[in-house]
Design a protein around this ligand. Sequence first.
Ligand code: ATP
Ligand code: MG
Length: 327
Amino acid sequence: MQNNNENEHSGGHVLDVNNYSLSIKKGKKYINILKGMDFYIDKGEVLGVVGESGCGKSMTALSIMHLINGETKTEGSIMFNGKNILNATKKEMLNIRGNEISMIFQEPMTSLNPVLTIGEQLSEVFMAHSRISKKDAYAKALDALKLVKIAEPEKRIKCYPHELSGGMRQRVMIAMALSSDPKLLIADEPTTALDVTIQAQILELIRDLQKKLDTSVMFITHDLGVVAEVCKRAVILYCGHVVEEGNVEELFSNPLHPYTEGLLESLPDIGKHEKLSMIPGNVPSTGNYPSGCPFHPRCKYATEKCRTQAPVMKTLDNGRKVCCWRV
Ligand SMILES: Nc1ncnc2c1ncn2[C@@H]1O[C@H](COP(=O)(O)OP(=O)(O)OP(=O)(O)O)[C@@H](O)[C@H]1O
Ligand SMILES: [Mg+2]
C-alpha cells in the first residue's frame, strides 16, 4: 500500500479528508450525516477531533475505516498515504485495517473476546500480521503488555478480559491496536469510560507511545480539556461540519467560532469559582440540521444572515480556519 512517491504528492499528510460528505439510507430517504468535511493529519501528529455528542465524530472515524453499516452515499475523498481509500475494495480495506490504520474505542470490553485470555488474543493478532510460531507470538504479546506498562504483565497475560480493570483493558486494546505498527491510530473517546485518575494515566500512555513510535493519531473527544493535554492542533465539529480548526493554544486563547467559545466556557476551571456556563439547547438530530449556519439557533451572536445563509470556511494567515459570518 505505501508508496513514498505518492505520499510526497499529498504533502506528507498521512490522512487528507477533502470535502467529504456522508449520507445514510433510512427507509426510502438518505439522511445527511457529514457535510463538506476538510481536515488533514500530518505524519507523527496528534489531531484532536472535538464536539458534543451526536456531532459526527464517530461517523468520521468509521468512514475512514469503512465500518459504517447500511447503504451510504458519499462525496469528496479520503486520502490515506496519497491514495483515495473511499474507493478501496473490501480486500484493500481489510489489509489497511489490519496493518495501517488501527482504532481503539470507548469501551474496550466490547472489542475483547470474553472467552480467550489476553495472551491468546494478543498472540492471535501477532500471528495474523506475520508468520511466526505460537511461542514467538506469545513472547511478542508479553512485550506488548510491557510496552503499554501493564503492572505484572506475566500474570495479566493469563487473565480473561473480565479479570482486568477498565484501565488495564484499555491498555490491552492499545497494545493490540499498535501491534501492526500502524501509520494512523484512531482513538474514539478512549478514556471517557474511565475514572479521572485512570483517564490521566491512559492519556499519558498514549502521549508517550505516540512520541516513541511516531504514529499519527486522530484523537476523538468531547472534552477540550483532554485535547489540551494530548494535541497541538484540533478541529471542532458541529452538526457534521468542521466549524473551526487551529492550533490548540490559539483555540483556547482566542476561540473564533461561537461554538468553540461555548465549549471552552463549559470547561470546569479548577480554582475559579465562577459558575459554569452551558451552551443552551441541544445538537440538532441528523435530518433536522437547521438552515443557514447550523449553530445559529444556539448562537448568542446570530443575525438574520446566519439564519438563512450557510457561512463559508475562511482560512486566516496563520492557517487557522473558521466557518462563521462574524469573522
Ligand atoms: N447508522 C446510522 N444511521 C443514521 N444515522 C446515524 C447512524 N449512526 C449514527 N447516526 C447519527 O449520526 C450523527 C452523528 O453520530 P456520531 O456517532 O458520529 O456522533 P458522535 O459525535 O460520535 O457522538 P458521541 O459523542 O455520542 O459518540 C448522530 O446524530 C447519530 O444519531
Ligand atoms: Mg462517538
